[in-house]
Design a protein around this ligand. Sequence first.
Ligand code: HEM
Ligand code: HEM
Length: 176
Amino acid sequence: MSSQRSQERYSQPAIFFHWAIFVLVALAYFAIEIRGPKGTDSRAFWTSVHFWAGTLVLTLAIGRLAWRLWTPAPPDIDVNRLMAFLARLVHLALYLFIFAQPLLGMLMVNTGGHPVTLAWLNLNFTLVSADPAARPLLKAAHVWIGNAFYWVIGVHALAAIGHHVLLKDRTLRRMI
Ligand code: HEM
Ligand code: HEM
């Protein structure tokens, strides 16, 4: 790889999508963790924040994927084949996550017999009708994937920081 190519960065829109989605995913996790007991105002407020953050993740994910197909990522930094493979695998999982997790959340709410309500703007939408048999499966998948991705996101972030601090390469800088 020429030294000029290894200086390349992600494009500005790709960087915007990456960090905006990161903030919204973090907000979705934070909101669901601190929502509080059933029937409280706190729970209603933070559940609304969770729905909003998750819906915006899905919206931005569509733009992000379209942009990624339009403008490819910069070439890999020189690392061994195995590390490059693992990084791509984790990136693929993260792309799937930002589509699947919000969609599962929406389907869970709809199959429970409710529209997804985006509070404050009072937007309501329904993708599928009530389905009491499917709801527990969708809920289990949403909760399981939510918990599993704490780890996947953690590994991904640690790898980026490891590149910066230990390997001292440009991996993190080209996403900033
Ligand atoms: C990237 C986006 C999202 C992430 C990371 C996420 C993550 C999570 C996690 C970790 C939980 C489980 C909390 C627990 O341990 O009980 C949860 C619960 C929940 N999520 Fe999401 N979620 C996202 C998007 C959505 C969306 C878009 C909706 C619906 C519009 C939604 C609806 C729900 C509901 C209703 C629950 C509560 C389930 C229950 O306890 O009955 N989520 N979410
Ligand atoms: C919700 C959290 C996150 C998600 C969903 C996510 C997702 C992704 C995805 C899908 C890529 C591949 C980009 C592409 O090729 O189009 C990527 C790259 C990257 N992410 Fe994240 N990320 C998250 C959090 C973080 C955090 C916390 C850091 C840093 C501490 C980070 C640092 C990076 C870096 C440096 C790259 C470029 C890697 C390379 O060029 O090989 N990400 N991220």
